[in-house]
Design a protein around this ligand. Structure first.
Ligand code: DOR
Ligand code: ZN
Length: 350
Protein backbone atom coordinates (compact mmCIF):
# COMPACT_ATOMS: atom_id res chain seq x y z
CA UNK A 1 0.00 0.00 0.00
CA UNK A 2 1.34 3.47 -0.79
CA UNK A 3 1.39 6.08 1.95
CA UNK A 4 -1.32 8.16 0.28
CA UNK A 5 -3.69 5.17 0.37
CA UNK A 6 -3.32 4.90 4.14
CA UNK A 7 -6.03 6.67 6.11
CA UNK A 8 -5.55 5.13 9.56
CA UNK A 9 -2.36 4.47 11.42
CA UNK A 10 -2.14 2.87 14.85
CA UNK A 11 1.15 3.25 16.68
CA UNK A 12 2.43 2.73 20.20
CA UNK A 13 1.67 5.78 22.31
CA UNK A 14 4.50 8.24 21.62
CA UNK A 15 6.86 9.90 24.10
CA UNK A 16 8.46 13.32 23.96
CA UNK A 17 12.19 13.15 24.72
CA UNK A 18 12.60 16.93 25.15
CA UNK A 19 9.81 19.09 26.52
CA UNK A 20 9.40 22.37 28.41
CA UNK A 21 6.46 22.31 30.82
CA UNK A 22 7.41 25.39 32.92
CA UNK A 23 5.70 25.81 36.29
CA UNK A 24 2.61 27.31 37.94
CA UNK A 25 -0.12 28.66 35.67
CA UNK A 26 1.81 27.93 32.47
CA UNK A 27 2.35 24.29 33.53
CA UNK A 28 -1.36 23.93 34.17
CA UNK A 29 -2.20 25.42 30.79
CA UNK A 30 0.19 23.38 28.65
CA UNK A 31 0.43 19.99 30.38
CA UNK A 32 -2.96 18.65 29.18
CA UNK A 33 -1.89 19.22 25.56
CA UNK A 34 1.11 16.92 25.95
CA UNK A 35 -0.64 14.36 28.16
CA UNK A 36 -3.43 14.05 25.58
CA UNK A 37 -1.09 12.22 23.19
CA UNK A 38 2.18 11.39 24.93
CA UNK A 39 2.89 8.75 27.55
CA UNK A 40 6.11 10.19 28.95
CA UNK A 41 8.34 13.19 28.47
CA UNK A 42 11.85 14.22 29.37
CA UNK A 43 11.07 17.45 31.21
CA UNK A 44 13.58 20.25 30.82
CA UNK A 45 14.93 21.75 34.04
CA UNK A 46 15.46 25.37 32.90
CA UNK A 47 13.07 26.91 35.39
CA UNK A 48 13.92 30.05 37.33
CA UNK A 49 15.73 29.00 39.49
CA UNK A 50 16.81 25.84 37.63
CA UNK A 51 16.12 22.28 38.81
CA UNK A 52 19.60 21.38 39.99
CA UNK A 53 19.32 18.85 42.82
CA UNK A 54 17.51 15.57 43.23
CA UNK A 55 15.29 17.16 45.87
CA UNK A 56 14.30 19.97 43.49
CA UNK A 57 13.51 17.43 40.75
CA UNK A 58 11.33 15.39 43.12
CA UNK A 59 9.43 18.54 44.13
CA UNK A 60 8.99 19.61 40.50
CA UNK A 61 7.71 16.16 39.57
CA UNK A 62 5.08 16.47 42.31
CA UNK A 63 3.97 19.85 40.98
CA UNK A 64 3.63 18.34 37.49
CA UNK A 65 1.56 15.40 38.77
CA UNK A 66 -0.62 17.80 40.77
CA UNK A 67 -1.29 19.81 37.59
CA UNK A 68 -2.33 16.72 35.60
CA UNK A 69 -6.10 16.76 35.03
CA UNK A 70 -8.11 13.87 36.50
CA UNK A 71 -8.37 10.91 34.21
CA UNK A 72 -5.20 11.67 32.22
CA UNK A 73 -2.10 9.52 32.50
CA UNK A 74 1.38 10.86 31.97
CA UNK A 75 4.82 10.15 33.36
CA UNK A 76 7.29 13.02 33.65
CA UNK A 77 10.92 11.90 33.37
CA UNK A 78 12.95 14.37 35.36
CA UNK A 79 16.23 16.00 34.38
CA UNK A 80 18.86 17.68 36.53
CA UNK A 81 20.35 20.95 35.33
CA UNK A 82 24.14 20.59 35.30
CA UNK A 83 26.12 23.38 36.96
CA UNK A 84 29.79 23.65 37.81
CA UNK A 85 28.77 22.99 41.42
CA UNK A 86 26.70 19.84 40.75
CA UNK A 87 27.56 17.07 43.21
CA UNK A 88 28.17 13.69 41.47
CA UNK A 89 26.81 11.84 44.50
CA UNK A 90 23.53 13.79 44.46
CA UNK A 91 23.13 12.95 40.77
CA UNK A 92 23.83 9.26 41.37
CA UNK A 93 21.43 9.13 44.33
CA UNK A 94 18.64 10.82 42.32
CA UNK A 95 19.18 8.35 39.49
CA UNK A 96 19.22 5.32 41.80
CA UNK A 97 16.02 6.52 43.49
CA UNK A 98 14.24 6.82 40.13
CA UNK A 99 13.88 10.60 40.54
CA UNK A 100 16.17 11.74 37.72
CA UNK A 101 16.40 10.10 34.30
CA UNK A 102 19.11 12.30 32.83
CA UNK A 103 21.23 15.41 33.29
CA UNK A 104 21.11 18.45 31.04
CA UNK A 105 24.16 20.33 29.87
CA UNK A 106 23.50 23.92 28.86
CA UNK A 107 26.56 25.91 27.85
CA UNK A 108 26.22 29.10 29.93
CA UNK A 109 24.20 31.70 28.06
CA UNK A 110 23.14 29.41 25.19
CA UNK A 111 19.41 29.87 25.60
CA UNK A 112 16.43 30.66 27.87
CA UNK A 113 17.44 30.55 31.57
CA UNK A 114 20.87 29.07 30.91
CA UNK A 115 22.89 31.57 32.95
CA UNK A 116 23.79 28.88 35.52
CA UNK A 117 25.05 26.54 32.81
CA UNK A 118 28.59 25.33 32.24
CA UNK A 119 31.51 27.60 31.27
CA UNK A 120 34.45 25.31 32.00
CA UNK A 121 33.70 21.77 30.86
CA UNK A 122 36.59 20.31 32.86
CA UNK A 123 34.81 21.38 36.05
CA UNK A 124 31.93 18.97 35.37
CA UNK A 125 34.11 16.03 34.40
CA UNK A 126 33.62 14.22 37.76
CA UNK A 127 29.84 14.36 37.26
CA UNK A 128 30.15 13.05 33.70
CA UNK A 129 32.40 10.23 34.83
CA UNK A 130 29.94 9.24 37.53
CA UNK A 131 27.11 9.28 34.98
CA UNK A 132 29.12 7.07 32.61
CA UNK A 133 29.70 4.65 35.47
CA UNK A 134 26.01 4.37 36.37
CA UNK A 135 24.71 4.52 32.77
CA UNK A 136 22.84 7.80 33.14
CA UNK A 137 22.45 9.76 29.88
CA UNK A 138 23.54 13.36 29.35
CA UNK A 139 21.21 15.59 27.32
CA UNK A 140 23.17 18.29 25.54
CA UNK A 141 22.17 21.69 24.21
CA UNK A 142 24.77 21.67 21.45
CA UNK A 143 25.64 25.28 20.72
CA UNK A 144 28.71 27.30 21.58
CA UNK A 145 27.97 30.77 22.88
CA UNK A 146 31.08 32.68 21.79
CA UNK A 147 30.03 36.04 20.42
CA UNK A 148 32.45 35.70 17.51
CA UNK A 149 30.76 32.51 16.27
CA UNK A 150 27.91 33.17 13.89
CA UNK A 151 24.60 31.96 15.34
CA UNK A 152 24.01 29.71 12.31
CA UNK A 153 27.39 27.97 12.90
CA UNK A 154 27.10 27.43 16.63
CA UNK A 155 25.96 23.82 16.49
CA UNK A 156 28.65 22.67 14.06
CA UNK A 157 31.36 24.44 16.08
CA UNK A 158 30.05 22.89 19.30
CA UNK A 159 30.48 19.40 17.87
CA UNK A 160 34.16 20.03 17.10
CA UNK A 161 35.12 22.07 20.12
CA UNK A 162 33.02 20.64 22.94
CA UNK A 163 31.06 17.51 22.15
CA UNK A 164 33.71 15.43 20.47
CA UNK A 165 36.36 16.20 23.14
CA UNK A 166 33.90 15.33 25.95
CA UNK A 167 33.03 12.03 24.27
CA UNK A 168 36.71 11.21 23.85
CA UNK A 169 37.49 11.97 27.49
CA UNK A 170 34.45 10.10 28.82
CA UNK A 171 33.78 7.47 26.13
CA UNK A 172 31.26 5.46 28.14
CA UNK A 173 28.99 8.46 28.65
CA UNK A 174 25.66 8.09 26.86
CA UNK A 175 24.89 11.39 25.12
CA UNK A 176 21.74 12.76 23.51
CA UNK A 177 22.43 15.60 21.10
CA UNK A 178 19.23 17.49 21.51
CA UNK A 179 17.22 19.29 18.86
CA UNK A 180 19.79 18.80 16.11
CA UNK A 181 19.37 21.33 13.32
CA UNK A 182 22.18 20.66 10.85
CA UNK A 183 23.45 18.16 8.34
CA UNK A 184 26.72 18.32 10.33
CA UNK A 185 24.99 16.98 13.45
CA UNK A 186 23.15 14.25 11.51
CA UNK A 187 26.45 13.16 9.93
CA UNK A 188 28.22 13.21 13.30
CA UNK A 189 25.58 10.95 14.87
CA UNK A 190 25.70 8.59 11.89
CA UNK A 191 29.51 8.38 12.00
CA UNK A 192 29.81 7.90 15.78
CA UNK A 193 27.66 4.98 16.76
CA UNK A 194 28.77 4.43 20.28
CA UNK A 195 26.59 5.82 23.07
CA UNK A 196 25.13 8.56 20.92
CA UNK A 197 21.56 9.49 20.02
CA UNK A 198 19.84 12.66 18.82
CA UNK A 199 16.44 14.23 19.16
CA UNK A 200 14.77 16.17 16.38
CA UNK A 201 11.96 18.66 16.93
CA UNK A 202 8.72 18.89 15.02
CA UNK A 203 9.32 22.47 13.91
CA UNK A 204 12.83 21.88 12.57
CA UNK A 205 11.35 19.27 10.22
CA UNK A 206 9.05 21.97 8.82
CA UNK A 207 10.70 25.39 8.84
CA UNK A 208 13.99 26.70 7.54
CA UNK A 209 15.47 30.13 8.18
CA UNK A 210 13.52 31.73 5.35
CA UNK A 211 10.32 30.97 7.23
CA UNK A 212 11.61 33.12 10.09
CA UNK A 213 13.05 36.00 8.12
CA UNK A 214 11.73 36.28 4.56
CA UNK A 215 8.75 38.58 3.97
CA UNK A 216 8.75 39.96 7.52
CA UNK A 217 10.08 38.61 10.81
CA UNK A 218 8.02 35.77 12.35
CA UNK A 219 8.70 35.69 16.09
CA UNK A 220 6.70 32.50 16.58
CA UNK A 221 9.20 30.63 14.40
CA UNK A 222 12.17 31.87 16.41
CA UNK A 223 13.69 29.16 18.59
CA UNK A 224 17.12 27.94 19.61
CA UNK A 225 18.99 26.43 17.98
CA UNK A 226 17.66 28.69 15.23
CA UNK A 227 16.38 26.93 12.09
CA UNK A 228 19.06 26.68 9.40
CA UNK A 229 18.98 26.73 5.59
CA UNK A 230 16.80 24.31 3.59
CA UNK A 231 19.60 21.81 2.93
CA UNK A 232 19.75 21.16 6.67
CA UNK A 233 15.99 20.77 7.07
CA UNK A 234 16.07 18.16 4.31
CA UNK A 235 18.85 16.27 6.15
CA UNK A 236 16.74 16.30 9.33
CA UNK A 237 13.68 14.94 7.51
CA UNK A 238 15.81 12.23 5.98
CA UNK A 239 17.24 11.25 9.38
CA UNK A 240 13.90 11.36 11.24
CA UNK A 241 11.98 9.38 8.63
CA UNK A 242 14.75 6.84 7.97
CA UNK A 243 13.86 4.56 10.87
CA UNK A 244 17.48 4.83 12.13
CA UNK A 245 17.16 4.11 15.83
CA UNK A 246 19.59 6.83 16.88
CA UNK A 247 17.09 9.56 15.91
CA UNK A 248 13.96 10.15 17.98
CA UNK A 249 11.35 12.78 18.73
CA UNK A 250 12.03 15.56 21.21
CA UNK A 251 9.56 18.29 20.38
CA UNK A 252 11.27 21.04 22.39
CA UNK A 253 7.76 22.46 22.69
CA UNK A 254 8.66 25.63 24.56
CA UNK A 255 5.71 27.83 25.54
CA UNK A 256 6.14 31.55 26.03
CA UNK A 257 3.27 33.99 26.29
CA UNK A 258 2.59 36.13 23.24
CA UNK A 259 3.73 39.32 25.03
CA UNK A 260 7.06 37.59 25.82
CA UNK A 261 7.49 36.54 22.18
CA UNK A 262 6.25 39.74 20.55
CA UNK A 263 8.68 42.35 21.74
CA UNK A 264 11.92 44.01 20.69
CA UNK A 265 13.91 41.18 22.31
CA UNK A 266 11.54 38.22 22.10
CA UNK A 267 11.93 34.79 23.69
CA UNK A 268 13.03 31.69 21.78
CA UNK A 269 10.65 28.76 21.52
CA UNK A 270 7.91 27.17 19.41
CA UNK A 271 4.84 25.72 21.12
CA UNK A 272 4.06 22.49 19.27
CA UNK A 273 2.48 20.29 21.95
CA UNK A 274 -1.12 20.42 20.63
CA UNK A 275 -0.45 19.65 16.95
CA UNK A 276 2.86 17.77 16.91
CA UNK A 277 1.42 14.38 15.95
CA UNK A 278 -0.62 15.95 13.12
CA UNK A 279 2.47 17.78 11.86
CA UNK A 280 4.66 14.69 12.04
CA UNK A 281 2.18 12.49 10.21
CA UNK A 282 2.05 15.06 7.41
CA UNK A 283 5.87 15.23 7.19
CA UNK A 284 6.30 11.45 7.25
CA UNK A 285 3.55 10.96 4.67
CA UNK A 286 5.09 13.53 2.34
CA UNK A 287 8.39 11.65 2.63
CA UNK A 288 6.64 8.35 1.83
CA UNK A 289 7.72 7.06 5.25
CA UNK A 290 4.59 6.85 7.40
CA UNK A 291 5.65 3.35 8.33
CA UNK A 292 8.63 4.82 10.22
CA UNK A 293 6.63 7.32 12.31
CA UNK A 294 6.24 4.79 15.10
CA UNK A 295 10.01 4.19 15.28
CA UNK A 296 10.72 7.91 15.50
CA UNK A 297 7.95 8.90 17.93
CA UNK A 298 7.40 5.77 20.02
CA UNK A 299 10.20 3.21 19.79
CA UNK A 300 13.68 4.67 19.27
CA UNK A 301 13.57 6.92 22.34
CA UNK A 302 12.69 4.20 24.85
CA UNK A 303 15.32 1.99 23.28
CA UNK A 304 18.03 4.61 23.80
CA UNK A 305 16.93 5.25 27.39
CA UNK A 306 16.59 1.54 28.17
CA UNK A 307 12.88 1.85 28.93
CA UNK A 308 9.98 -0.28 27.66
CA UNK A 309 7.82 1.08 24.85
CA UNK A 310 4.37 2.20 25.95
CA UNK A 311 1.76 -0.55 26.09
CA UNK A 312 -1.08 1.69 24.90
CA UNK A 313 -1.56 2.84 21.31
CA UNK A 314 -2.90 5.92 19.58
CA UNK A 315 -4.59 5.99 16.19
CA UNK A 316 -4.01 8.70 13.63
CA UNK A 317 -6.83 9.22 11.16
CA UNK A 318 -6.59 11.03 7.82
CA UNK A 319 -9.43 13.18 6.55
CA UNK A 320 -10.44 16.79 5.91
CA UNK A 321 -7.87 19.30 7.21
CA UNK A 322 -7.95 19.59 11.00
CA UNK A 323 -7.78 22.99 12.59
CA UNK A 324 -6.07 23.85 15.82
CA UNK A 325 -6.65 27.09 17.70
CA UNK A 326 -4.20 29.86 16.79
CA UNK A 327 -3.42 30.18 20.47
CA UNK A 328 -4.33 28.62 23.77
CA UNK A 329 -5.35 30.67 26.79
CA UNK A 330 -3.49 29.96 30.03
CA UNK A 331 -3.67 31.77 33.34
CA UNK A 332 -0.13 32.95 32.56
CA UNK A 333 -1.35 34.49 29.26
CA UNK A 334 -2.01 33.44 25.66
CA UNK A 335 0.43 31.08 23.93
CA UNK A 336 0.50 30.83 20.14
CA UNK A 337 0.37 27.33 18.68
CA UNK A 338 2.93 26.46 16.00
CA UNK A 339 1.61 27.10 12.49
CA UNK A 340 2.90 24.42 10.10
CA UNK A 341 2.04 26.63 7.13
CA UNK A 342 0.26 23.81 5.28
CA UNK A 343 -2.98 21.91 5.86
CA UNK A 344 -2.85 19.09 8.42
CA UNK A 345 -4.94 16.10 7.39
CA UNK A 346 -4.10 13.73 10.23
CA UNK A 347 -5.61 13.89 13.69
CA UNK A 348 -5.24 11.75 16.75
CA UNK A 349 -8.46 9.80 17.25
CA UNK A 350 -10.01 10.59 20.62
O1 DOR B 1 13.80 27.67 21.59
C1 DOR B 1 14.13 27.29 22.69
N1 DOR B 1 13.37 27.52 23.78
N2 DOR B 1 15.30 26.66 22.82
C2 DOR B 1 15.80 26.33 24.01
O2 DOR B 1 16.86 25.77 24.06
C3 DOR B 1 15.09 26.72 25.25
C4 DOR B 1 13.66 26.89 25.02
C5 DOR B 1 12.95 27.57 26.16
O3 DOR B 1 13.16 27.19 27.31
O4 DOR B 1 12.17 28.47 25.89
ZN1 ZN C 1 14.55 22.92 24.88
Amino acid sequence: MTDTALTRLTIRRPDDWHLHLRDGAMLEGVLPHTAAHFGRAIVMPNLVPPVVTGAQAAAYRERIMAALPEGMSFQPLMVLYLTEETDPEDVAAAHAAGIATSVKLYPAGATTNSASGVRDFDKVRPVLEKMAEIGMPLCVHGEVTDSDIDIFDREAVFIDRVLHPIRKKVPDLRVVMEHVTTQDAVDYVRDHHKNLGATITTHHLIINRNHILAGGIKPHYYCLPVAKREQHRIALVEAATSGDERFFLGTDSAPHTDPAKLQACGCAGCFTAPNTMSCLAEVFEAAGKLKNLEAFASKNGPKFYGLPVNEETITLVKGEPVSYPDRIETDAGPVTVFDAGFPLHWRVEA
